[in-house]
Each structure stands twice: as C-alpha cells, then as structure tokens.
Design a protein around this ligand. Structure first.
Ligand SMILES: N[C@@H](CCC(=O)N[C@@H](CS)C(=O)NCC(=O)O)C(=O)O
Length: 211
C-alpha cells in the first residue's frame, strides 16, 4: 500500500506542528529526515520553494504548507474536535503567529544578526504577544478554552522556541503560559514526534511511522 511521505527537519517548528497533527490523527507515513543545509533534489522537484514540512500524498498531491498538512490530517481524523469550533478565531491566532510573532521571534532569537534594534527591544515585542497569550491562559487551560485545539498545537513550537531564548525571564513573567508550554513539552504527543532519525538519502527508504 502506498502511504504519504513527509519531508521533515526535527528542529523546525513548522515541521513539529505537522508531525504532531500526523501523530494525533494517527496517520501512517514515511518519514524522510532532511538537513536544511543539504536539501535533497527530490524535495525541490515536488516543491520548488524547498521549505519543510512537505507532505506528498499517495496520489501525488503535494501539501507544502504546515497548516495545510495539519488541516488535511484533521479532515481525516479529529477525535477530540481540535478544529470544529472557533475556527476563524483559531485561524486568526495562527496567522498572527506565522506573520507578526515569527517576525519578532527571528529577531529576538538571532538578535546578533539583526542589529537595527537591541535585544531588549526585540524582547519587548515578544513580551507584548506573550502577554496576550498569558491573559487568555489565566482564565482557561488552553488558547480556545478548556480543551486543546489546533491553535495550541500550531503555536506551541514557536512559543517554545521563543521561551528558550531566556527561559528564566519567560518563567518569571508568564506563569500561565509557562504552565501551558510545560504541559505540551512533556506530553506523549510532543515527545513522540521529537525522536531522532538518520538523515534520509536519495533512493533510500525513509522511516515507517505507525501509531
Ligand atoms: N510557511 C511554511 C514555512 C516553512 C518554513 O519556513 N520552514 C523552514 C524551516 S523551520 C524552512 O524550510 N526554511 C528554509 C527556507 O526558507 O529556505 C510552512 O508553514 O510550512
């Protein structure tokens, strides 16, 4: 039987969210671990922009945006209704993450490369967005209410990356958000998708992932 193929990079937050959706929806797939510094030709052949994650479906259809991979998974199997309610609100949070938050996250994390503003200024921009998340999570366990939604999973790898720039500052200033992040970091969903795989080589078989 032909199964979908995922091109992925372990530390990529976009790939993490896609892998969590594949795990949650219990999709069997072939995992091809790649290095961004040495991307295989076959990745560019199916998706010329060359970003990860890319999911190649068994009928040849290519999904090369992480959110689309997540939604494809949930269309097949969404046992806990991650994306059944507040869909517009969820989409808005995700768009804000992928544009505004990601912009400041890159500058905060790689402040040495972005000399236009200081580390403190970048941290302050991140703080504004973290404050919004924290306020939501003061009142409820997850971003949309008292149960997990797609937006939690889509944002978590980015919040994690930003938190780790200065973990003490993060924990001290955003208690509810830290607790939310910690829950995901230790969850079987997250730990199961952070396994290390050998780098895939052209013409080889990737790793079969079954749940
Ligand atoms: N909008 C894309 C972004 C994916 C993305 O930028 N992935 C990064 C790795 S974390 C990448 O492939 N970077 C290489 C590049 O931009 O050429 C998605 O959501 O899938």
């Amino acid at each position: 039987m032909k199964i979908p193929i995922l091109y992925s990079f372990r530390r990529c937050p976009y790939a993490m969210r896609a892998r969590m959706a594949l795990a949650y929806s219990k999709i069997t797939y072939e995992h091809r671990e790649i290095l961004l510094s040495n991307r295989p030709d076959s990745l560019y052949e199916i998706s010329p922009k060359g970003t990860v994650p890319v999911l190649q479906l068994s009928d040849g259809i290519i999904i090369d945006e992480s959110i689309d991979v997540m939604k494809w998974c949930l269309d097949i199997n969404d046992p806990n209704d991650w994306y059944k309610e507040q869909c517009i609100e969820q989409d808005n949070l995700i768009i804000n993450n992928d544009t505004n938050f990601k912009y400041w996250l890159d500058r905060y994390k790689y402040h040495i490369r972005y000399e236009e503003q200081s580390f403190e200024e970048y941290q302050n921009q991140v703080k504004k967005i973290f404050n919004e998340y924290n306020l939501r999570l003061d009142k409820q366990s997850f971003l949309m209410g008292d149960k997990i939604s797609l937006s939690d999973i889509a944002l978590m790898p980015f919040v994690r990356q930003a938190a780790h720039v200065d973990l003490d500052w993060f924990k001290k200033n955003f208690l509810s958000l830290s607790q939310w992040l910690e829950k995901f970091k230790v969850s079987p969903l997250f730990t199961s998708i952070m396994k290390k795989y050998e780098i895939w080589e052209e013409n080889n078989q990737g790793v079969l992932i079954e749940w």
